[in-house]
Design a protein around this ligand. Structure first.
Ligand SMILES: Cc1cc2nc3c(=O)[nH]c(=O)nc-3n(C[C@H](O)[C@H](O)[C@H](O)COP(=O)(O)O)c2cc1C
Ligand code: SF4
Length: 452
């Protein structure tokens, strides 16, 4: 692992170590003309010279792990698409829902370098023979929706999308790209909830299989990728697999590697919160001390949400955790998630943190699965009781039992939202149990009501 020149943020000042200013750098959206003048769309031209299957092979070789939360390799996902599926559209859905508390890294790319994303979209469409792209954007991203709408129009006018597009090459695929604004529910970021939402329905995740690659949007083959995943494909096509593999780290646990840089949005009790581009494998302590200018007011580190609230928390002794895709197994959290940690200092009340996170999951559960719908409400109520000093030790155990019994891992729910709730609660209680124990009574003492 080594520190690198900016890759995804090379046109965006202020995201790399040494010059980060917490987001106040003078930045403006890179236009189509500026993007092309600085080498933009050269990767698309290169990809168009290649057979589609070769582009998929390249992305597979580079082991580009999904940047939306699950870390699934993009090339492998792309290769699941059926070759021959009869007549009809084939879709790409770009996930820019970004509704998880603490996560705000895709927004940076949309705000300032939307054509990097559009170039990645065009490359993916060429590689996978997809003719329609839906850019699904978080409902609250009003400004970003306008920025992206304008960039899409520029890309149409510039010969990327539409009839006679993809760089105006004779016989090139005609790709349409639409912006779809979410109505604003976290569950619409789950890939099949997103498909339902684009189809105009309530964002209820679907039971899988069938997987979207086979039967996705409107029943047709569909690839769903995160914004940053698609953006990462652009420099890989430009500079090659060996270059990409030189950034990041191999797995120390015998698993899949974590190559490349990653956008990391750091929030919480640090001096300079912001989005930073760092090589995967960077230590959390380096991120806090070197990138973010240290802990706010010189306080001590107490813990951190690993990467979006659904990943769970890192404990006080895990400040040096390596921010790569091994973090789940290495540090007993769900995973790297979006790699957007929220930092807590020594004064943070972890019971309050747990209660606040539980409230989020209770509100955002779509209600299809009983363990998630009912369990999330009970977890919230129990945490309120603990916070108010009205709970017993038995309630603490009940809290953990409830958490552990809901999710894809115990096999009781349709989607991973419940696992997020489960991991958040079990890791906070597990790693900060002392704080919870101080707030509960040893046992419930019933009030004796005499008959006389
Ligand atoms: C409740 C929930 C919310 C999610 N929200 C997002 C999101 O906002 N953005 C995103 O890219 N992925 C989100 N995901 C993950 C997606 O389901 C999917 O794995 C991802 O978009 C695939 O893209 P990638 O392989 O490029 O990471 C969410 C998953 C769950 C369970
Ligand atoms: S786990 Fe929760 S959010 Fe996901 S489908 Fe079931 S009820 Fe809905």
């Amino acid at each position: 692992m080594r520190l690198t020149e900016p890759v995804l943020t090379k046109r965006i000042p202020g995201c790399v170590p040494g010059i980060n200013d917490g987001g106040t750098a003078a930045r403006s959206t890179v236009s189509f003309a500026q993007y092309k003048a600085t080498g933009g769309y050269a990767s698309l031209a290169k990809a168009l010279d290649m057979e589609p299957a070769k582009v998929i092979e390249l992305v597979k070789e580079a082991v580009v792990r999904g940047r939306g939360g699950a870390g699934f390799p993009a090339g492998l996902k792309w290769s699941f698409l059926p070759q021959d599926d009869g007549a009809g559209h084939r879709y790409l859905c770009i996930n820019c829902d970004e509704a998880e508390p603490g996560t705000f890294k895709d927004r940076l790319l949309v705000d300032f370098d939307p054509h990097l994303i559009l170039e990645g979209i065009a490359i993916a469409c060429h590689a996978c023979r997809l003719d329609t792209a839906y850019f699904f954007i978080r409902g609250e991203y009003h400004h970003q929706a306008k920025v992206m709408e304008k960039a899409i129009q520029e890309a149409y006018a510039g010969g990327i999308f539409g009839k006679g597009g993809l760089m105006r090459r004779p016989g090139a695929l005609s790709v349409d790209c639409f912006l779809h604004r979410s109505a604003g529910a976290y569950i619409c970021g789950e890939e099949t909830g997103l498909l339902e939402a684009i189809e105009g329905k309530r964002g209820w995740p679907r039971v899988k299989p069938p997987f979207p690659a086979v039967k996705g949007l409107f029943g047709r083959p569909t690839i769903i990728n995160n914004v940053e995943t698609l953006a990462a494909v652009v420099p890989i096509v430009e500079k090659g697999v060996a270059w990409w593999k030189g950034i990041g780290v191999e797995s120390s646990l015998g698993g899949m590697p974590s190559y490349g840089t990653k956008l990391m949005g750091v929030s919480g009790h640090v001096n300079r919160p912001g989005v930073f581009e760092a090589p995967l494998g960077v230590k959390l302590s380096t991120l806090v001390n070197d990138y973010c200018g240290g802990m706010r007011k010189g306080k001590r580190f107490k813990g951190a949400i690993a990467g979006g609230v659904s990943m769970g928390v890192l404990g006080t002794d895990q400040f040096d955790a390596a921010m790569d895709f091994d973090i789940g197994r290495a540090c007993n959290v769900l995973g790297l998630g979006t790699a957007c940690p929220t930092i807590f200092d020594e004064d943070t009340d972890m019971v309050m943190v747990a209660r606040n996170i539980a409230r989020f999951f209770k509100n955002e559960s779509c209600g299809q699965c009983t363990p998630c719908r009912e369990g999330s409400g009970w977890i919230y109520k129990l945490l309120c009781r603990i916070e108010q000093g009205q709970a017993t030790t038995a309630d603490l155990d009940l809290l953990l039992e409830l958490g552990m019994s809901m999710g894809l891992t115990p096999g009781t729910t349709i989607c991973g939202l419940a696992d997020g709730n489960n991991w958040a609660i079990r890791t906070i209680v597990g790693k900060f149990r002392g704080e919870f124990e101080k707030r509960v009574k040893p046992k419930f003492v019933p009030v004796h009501v005499s008959a006389h």
